[in-house]
Design a protein around this ligand. Sequence first.
Ligand SMILES: Nc1ncnc2c1ncn2[C@@H]1O[C@H](COP(=O)(O)OP(=O)(O)OP(=O)(O)O)[C@@H](O)[C@H]1O
Length: 314
Amino acid sequence: MESDKVVEVAGLHQRYGDFEAVRGVSFEVSAGEVFALLGTNGAGKTTTMETVEGFRPAHAGTVRVLGRDPHRERRRIGGQMGVMLQESGLFPELTVAETLDLWCDLIPGARPRDRLLERVGLAGQAAVRARQLSGGQKRRLELALAIAGRPRVLFLDEPTTGMDPQSRRATWQIIRDLAAEGAGVLLTTHYLEEAEQLADRLAIMHRGRVELSGTVAQVLAGSGDRISFRVPAQVAVAELPRLGGDPPRITATGGGPAATYTLPGPLLQQSLRELLNWAADRRLELAGLQVRSASLEDVFLRIAGRPAAEEARR
Ligand SMILES: Nc1ncnc2c1ncn2[C@@H]1O[C@H](COP(=O)(O)OP(=O)(O)OP(=O)(O)O)[C@@H](O)[C@H]1O
């Protein structure tokens, strides 16, 4: 039976001279799935992406795209791969229509040009030269080029950079539709909301490693819901209750010290009740009271904040 995995990466290492940019990365992308690679600057996302796209051989580990080595067997699978690089490769003097015509002529069975333009929202810009397009419009033209050949696997490196919120949402819908039609999509992004909205699964990279991966819910599980409030002036920090067994973390804010409790999910409601009862018994008002679920940003910042010394020990 043919595997539904369109991308398989196992124990990938990649070096630039003495510097190891990717240090044992593994993940898989299935047909019909959107997989997002997130990470801090320099984490190794683009290096990983370029290796999976076949632009460089793996230094160690295995990479398969549609069951084949994307570097050695690129010719066999290239026609089934759609690639949108981080850097624009458009010819500045060609119009949008000319750009697509040039590209589509090279691809057997390419989608019709006008359908592509409509799909990426550039139908009104067919006669505009590439150099005159806005940053977001350029990205959409590059997306049109990437999907022209009806790829089974689509690689998108920061696909919505430079787009306004409306274009970004429209692009997310295009990507969702492509996945619903059966394409496997691997994308990198710096927009956490993009990953939250779009990705069936994601991996967060930091300094060449995958630190966390799974569905958004799996990545957030165990990250802790939060309760925070400003410490009332008449209460000493030591008098604050323990919630879920732990004392709060105290931080300085413009309005005085703030207390934050990070709780495992199932304890949120019970802990909130305990806190409100504690405050009611003392007739205290908890100014700035906030209750919120863990966000991808919390998880990301925690990983990004890991000191280099901690990495070196691992
Ligand atoms: N050609 C190169 N030669 C030497 N070092 C490189 C080269 N390309 C990338 N690097 C280094 O490898 C590391 C990973 O870079 P990469 O571009 O893969 O990260 P990234 O996660 O895509 O970063 P960003 O989010 O900033 O685009 C960085 O430290 C970078 O400086």
